[in-house]
Write a protein that binds this ligand. Structure first.
Ligand SMILES: [Zn+2]
Length: 218
């Protein structure tokens, strides 16, 4: 016999991606009120299709599994392929105010950064994933802080890329601040900039290398 509490009462995604999802009516009610659809439509979710056209059906499906089993099925990914889904799940957690889910998503992200492939490669969230997280969170978000800290500890120069639009501007701002706060100059870097301490900053002058420098120490 069919469970009388389960109705096909969630319509996720829009256009060709639209799917119906069966959930316990009580769960749908919880989600429904979290997402503040009730207030807008005034409809009760039981026996009514709840339309969530902006949600990604795959992400929402994972969220439903989380809702029932408190497990994130995509958290075992060993390379960067798991990050987009984790990022979207975090953003959904922000919408439905599910802090526990968000904590577990950050755990899964950290676990993925620690895994190594057979070649010793490690993978970190892409600029696109960081952009999505930044686009859906506020300045005090722990996920934002994690994205910055991963770069402070692990980033290589090529991660900056060639196109500034690859980055969320707030991320670059936060990263710059964090790097300045945590910077420790090597002896090599200090000696490379020794002219700043010497008072004759000749490498900034526009005279030729074979011309005599006319600067006087001020
Ligand atoms: Zn000079």
């Amino acid at each position: 016999m069919a469970d009388p509490l389960i109705d096909p009462c969630c319509k996720i995604g829009g256009g060709i991606d639209e799917r119906s999802l069966s959930m316990r009516a009580s769960s749908v009610r919880t989600l429904h009120s979290s997402m503040q659809h009730s207030a807008r439509t005034g409809k009760k979710p039981r026996n009514a299709l709840v339309a969530l056209p902006d949600e990604d059906a795959d992400v929402f499906n994972i969220y439903v599994q989380w809702h029932y089993y408190e497990k994130i099925p995509c958290q075992k990914s060993e390379d960067e392929n798991g990050y987009p889904m984790l990022g979207k799940l975090y953003v959904l957690g922000e919408k439905v105010l599910d802090k526990k889910l968000q904590d577990r998503v950050l755990d899964a992200i950290v676990a993925t950064t620690r895994r190594k492939t057979e070649n010793g490669m490690r993978f970190f969230p892409s600029r696109q994933v960081i952009k999505e997280i930044y686009g859906s969170t506020t300045s005090n978000s722990p996920a934002r802080r994690l994205m910055v800290d991963l770069d402070v500890v692990h980033a290589l120069a090529p991660w900056v890329g060639a196109d500034e639009t690859e980055h969320h501007p707030d991320f670059m701002f936060d990263l710059t601040k964090a790097l300045i706060v945590e910077r420790a100059l090597t002896e090599e870097a200090k000696s490379a900039h020794a002219e700043l301490a010497s008072g004759i900053p000749c490498s900034y002058h526009q005279h030729g290398k074979d011309e005599v420098c006319s600067a006087k120490k001020l």
